[in-house]
Design a binder for this molecule. Structure first.
Ligand SMILES: Nc1ncnc2c1ncn2[C@@H]1O[C@H](COP(=O)(O)OP(=O)(O)OP(=O)(O)O)[C@@H](O)[C@H]1O
Length: 269
């Protein structure tokens, strides 16, 4: 018997009504399956429809056509099995780090003592045990991102949707965060969909890299990343296979980036 996929988009199309009243197609006829426990990275030219794809899986938006399923069930609204990490931090500025990490389990009805214990456990895993009484503004960008990871993993999500979560960080912190994410994810069995502009990051993290077309987004090509795990970003980047994969995927992605750029230049002319 084959296992139910964690995520299944079938012929998913999303159109938005623009302020001028016209219809804009952000995603068209998109087919994508993510297995349970799989890490999938999504790359594509700017504005092509990557975030819209995530919002369809999250239940924040409904597809205009086609189907989106999570664990075999059609998505109807926001599912508690799904966790998110975005580029912006989703922390309460007036709450301490511990209170921020406890918030999710508390909203889900976990008793305070247990929520505190789970939050402390995850804060320990992200290396912030000594900072539980700090407020978010007293932390660095990288530390706030670690709070965001603890905040997400503490809810034990079956599916994790990440939309350029590390793009606001400097390059070194980004690499450390990627390593940390892989470490945290390794023990959970959750499925991840990770949207990024950074092909290095996509290959270093993922089991498969999905290349999207210039907008409206559909799947152009899917590449399997056959690099062994556990991986660390700095080490994996030096492997000949990594460089080979980078070249192959860039050949596909680069075309779409060029199409998007030329359209932009056409519009500016
Ligand atoms: N709520 C909305 N209403 C109208 N148009 C929208 C809406 N959300 C997204 N769009 C449009 O759909 C297209 C795809 O946007 P989306 O944010 O999914 O792209 P993206 O690939 O994530 O972009 P980026 O790489 O720049 O983050 C864009 O042209 C955007 O302007």
């Amino acid at each position: 018997m084959t296992e139910t996929p964690a995520i299944e988009l079938t012929g998913a199309t999303k159109r938005f009504r623009t302020p001028s009243g016209a219809l804009h197609t952000a995603v068209r006829d998109l087919d994508l399956t993510v297995a349970q426990g799989e890490f999938v990275a999504v790359v594509g030219p700017t504005g092509c429809g990557k975030s819209t794809t995530l919002t369809l899986v999250s239940g924040l938006e409904e597809p205009t056509e086609g189907e989106v399923r999570v664990y075999g069930e059609p998505v109807r609204g926001i599912d508690p099995k799904v966790g998110f990490v975005f580029q912006q931090d989703a922390v309460f500025p007036w709450r301490t780090v511990l209170s921020n990490v406890m918030a999710g389990p508390r909203f889900r009805g976990v008793p305070a003592a247990e929520a505190r214990e789970r939050a402390r456990d995850w804060l320990g895993r992200v290396g912030l045990a000594a900072f539980e009484d700090r407020y978010p503004h007293q932390l660095s960008g990288g530390m706030r991102k670690r709070v965001a990871l603890a905040q997400t993993f503490v809810n034990d999500p079956a599916i994790l949707l990440m939309d350029e979560p590390f793009s606001a960080l400097d390059v070194q912190t980004r690499a450390l965060m990627s390593d940390q994410l892989l470490e945290l994810w390794a023990g959970t069995g959750s499925s991840v969909v990770f949207v990024t502009h950074d092909l290095d990051e996509a290959i270093a993290l993922a089991d498969r890299v999905v290349v999207m077309t210039a907008g409206p987004a559909t799947v152009k090509e899917v590449f399997t990343v056959d690099l062994p795990r556990p991986r660390t970003v700095e080490a994996v980047r030096l492997e000949p296979r990594f460089v080979e994969l980078y070249r192959e995927i860039w050949a596909s992605l680069g075309e779409e980036v060029r199409i998007t750029r030329e359209r932009g230049a056409g519009r500016a002319a």
